[in-house]
Design a protein around this ligand. Structure first.
Ligand code: SF4
Length: 361
């Protein structure tokens, strides 16, 4: 049986090589070649002895998800549609997920998906309409970063930002997500700085508690989107399971690093959650917390039955928060800012940059 190498940790690759009767350090060489040098064919890992490469070509493989389509924006962004095989255990249907590569001055931002579809059912999110199709493997999550980086290698900026804000709730696919993130954050792997990686959650409290215990972890963003339980129950039914008092209490205990802020994302839905009273309630929710910031995300009208808040209303909302000491930003702009809420919402915003189809491969 062929062993899949993509998604394996350094330790797993060392064990794999040891099981082949090879020195374990060969596993570290494969790890470096795969994740740092983005060599997707064992024949390219030329610092391995020829006999081992020959053996690996028969016993191991590196499988990237099928690139079904690329959509290019005039501003240089590229949206990737990856086809995924059905999950073997549960025989669920084949699926596809999207990743978005967004270049900007001095950096590129890649938005990745962690599940095909999503079970969380946020009412402002297109992914919710798919339901959960299946969890992605660590290799499928890593590929969404490796493929765009490799394709753009001639023009890469020094800094890479990763945002886990594509399809899916990352904290409901915890282990594969963490395996992928540890490899991304490892200086010997992809070498992404934790300051440049953000995981956005709808507020899965046990997942936040688990993430808090991780030695290596990204920054955390909470998709808040409401000022009180009644409103949040309607927009994000997950709130019935983890209401605001419970969510805020886990946020209060969250161990922020010295350089870190806890980010709250708030999609401004006209006439739903954008009143002056909402702003005051958000202040009341957040003032007991240390080092928070808020991103207000103007809603882009589309297929879902919500309307945008006026720019004046958004500015009034922002000023109320800032006036009470809550740093608050309006995220109109591109790059990671356009991906500031989890789920297909962000992808909808990207779609409006008039992508055109370019050929796969
Ligand atoms: Fe899932 Fe995120 Fe969409 Fe909510 S916003 S349904 S958590 S993908």
């Amino acid at each position: 049986m062929m062993t899949e190498l993509l998604g394996k940790s350094k330790e797993e690759l060392r064990e794999f090589c040891a099981a082949l009767g090879e020195p374990a350090f060969r596993g570290a060489q494969i790890y470096h070649a795969l994740y740092s040098e983005r060599k997707f064919d064992v024949a390219q890992i030329t610092n391995l002895p020829a006999a081992l490469r020959e053996r690996l070509s028969k016993e191991a493989r590196i499988t990237l998800p099928e690139l079904k389509q690329r959509f290019a924006s005039t501003d240089g962004s590229v949206r990737y549609l990856f086809g995924l095989p059905p999950s073997e255990e549960r025989l669920v249907r084949p699926a596809s997920v999207e990743a978005v590569f967004m270049p900007s001055e001095g950096r590129q931002t890649i938005c990745v998906s962690t599940q095909a579809g999503c079970a969380v059912d946020c009412h402002f999110c297109m992914t919710a309409q798919l339901g959960l199709i299946r969890n992605l493997t660590s290799g499928e999550i890593l590929a969404q970063v490796l493929v765009p980086l490799e394709e753009h290698k001639a023009q890469l900026a020094p800094q890479t930002n990763i945002v886990l804000m594509g399809q899916g709730e990352p904290l409901l696919n915890f282990e594969p997500v963490m395996v992928a993130l540890r490899i991304m954050l490892d200086p010997e792997g992809l070498g992404i700085s934790p300051k440049h990686m953000t995981l956005s959650t709808s507020g899965i409290v046990p997942g936040i508690e688990r993430l808090a215990l991780e030695k290596v972890r990204p920054k955390l963003a909470i998709s808040l989107n409401a000022s009180n339980d009644e409103q949040r129950d309607r927009l994000m039914p997950i709130n019935k399971k983890y209401p605001l008092s419970v969510l805020m209490s886990v946020c209060k205990e969250y161990p922020l690093r010295t350089w870190e802020h806890l980010t709250f994302e708030y999609v401004m839905l006209g006439g739903v959650n954008d009143a002056v009273e909402d702003a005051r309630l958000v202040v009341r929710l957040l003032t007991p917390l240390k080092r928070v910031k808020v991103n207000l995300i103007p809603w882009n009208p589309g297929e879902l039955p919500y309307r945008e808040s006026s720019p004046e209303r958004i500015e009034q909302f922002r000023q109320i928060l800032v006036g009470r000491g809550v740093p608050t930003f309006v995220r109109y702009s591109r790059g990671r800012d356009v991906m500031a809420a989890c789920g297909q919402l962000a992808l909808l915003q990207v779609e409006r940059r008039s992508f055109s189809v370019i050929s796969p491969q």
